[in-house]
Ligand binder design. Structure first.
Ligand SMILES: NC(=O)C1=CN([C@@H]2O[C@H](COP(=O)(O)OP(=O)(O)OC[C@H]3O[C@@H](n4cnc5c(N)ncnc54)[C@H](O)[C@@H]3O)[C@@H](O)[C@H]2O)C=CC1
Ligand SMILES: O=C(O)[C@@H]1CCC=N1
Length: 268
């Protein structure tokens, strides 16, 4: 089976590396369609598949086509490849917000898997949520799921609207975590640590907390209660968080990401 990845950026490269690293696909069966010369130069050094600049040379040869361009570039892509696709082409789209119906109407294809991965997929520790059209056969869906599994965990959902929800939680989520870590590092520097010390304290605290959570059955709230002694320091910090409406702020952030995914869906 020949796989074509359209867009050799962050996520396109992540998929290529994961597929090759897991030996599920050989480099001779991987094609990459990329339009940026700078990106092509980078991809050439990686030696991870055949690189193409022109859709005419690679789209007809592909069995599975992965759409990994920005949603804002989708319309132009449809114009470039529309005439080259046929109903047997299987498409995996990871573009945020872009709806299955738009792909069906814009490209006249029906075998579509829509997925929302996240960046830790780069190290095989990603989270992908995906769904598919009824035209995708069981063996085809299993094959796509096997590919997604090389990047971490994958969850199938029946309802497409959950893809925008997943974008707002796990898709964008790593950036939320880095934002919180960055804030703690800043707090540590303010409290007297060097930048390097602040990073060590913060990274190890996140690492330890996640490991603790993953190796036990307690909920986040139960762990918070174990850290926060009555009348102690943690309670003081958490009270300050509440006074500053931190939790509603975080929840609103995900709502804003969800709304943006829907807007991208309307415009691409
Ligand atoms: N970066 C992330 O954490 C995540 C991104 N996504 C989705 O993945 C998609 C790609 O995101 P990134 O990899 O971060 O973007 P990126 O900007 O790193 O890569 C996109 C690549 O597509 C190329 N491209 C654009 N139009 C093209 C065309 N017509 N033909 C060939 N190549 C073309 C660009 O030159 C660029 O190299 C987006 O739709 C995004 O919503 C999904 C989940 C996580
Ligand atoms: O920020 C974005 O639009 C993409 C989708 C999820 C993560 N990055």
């Amino acid at each position: 089976m020949k796989i074509l990845v359209i867009g050799g950026g962050n996520m396109g490269q992540t998929y290529i590396h994961s597929f090759l690293h897991s030996h599920i696909v050989q480099a001779e069966n991987l094609m990459i369609l990329e339009k940026s010369i700078r990106q092509i130069r980078r991809l050439e050094k990686l030696n991870t598949g055949t690189i193409y600049q022109s859709p005419e040379e690679c789209v007809p040869k592909a069995d599975l086509i992965i759409f990994a361009v920005k949603p804002q570039d989708a319309a132009l892509l449809y114009a470039e490849i529309g005439g080259l696709l046929h109903p047997e082409h299987l498409v995996l789209s990871i573009m945020a917000g872009v709806r299955i119906q738009t792909l069906q109407e814009g490209l006249n294809i029906n075998k579509i898997v829509r997925a929302m991965p996240n960046l830790p997929a780069q190290i095989g520790d990603g989270m992908t949520v995906f769904t598919s059209t009824t035209e995708v056969s069981r063996p085809e869906l299993t094959m796509v799921q096997n590919l997604l599994n090389t990047t971490g965990k994958a969850l199938y959902v029946d309802h497409e609207h959950l893809l925008d929800s997943a974008t707002a939680i796990s898709g964008s989520g790593p950036a939320y975590v880095f934002y919180f870590m960055e804030s703690i590092i800043e707090a540590a520097v303010n409290l007297g640590f060097s930048e390097a010390e602040a990073e060590l304290l913060t990274w190890q605290t996140f690492h330890g907390a996640i490991n603790l959570l993953s190796k036990n059955d307690l909920s986040c709230r139960e762990w918070i209660d174990r850290v926060a002694s009555r009348g102690g320091t943690t309670e003081a910090a958490l009270r300050c968080y509440d006074q500053n409406h931190l939790k509603p702020g975080i929840i609103n952030g995900s709502q804003a990401a969800y709304k943006r995914a829907q807007e991208l869906g309307e415009s691409s």
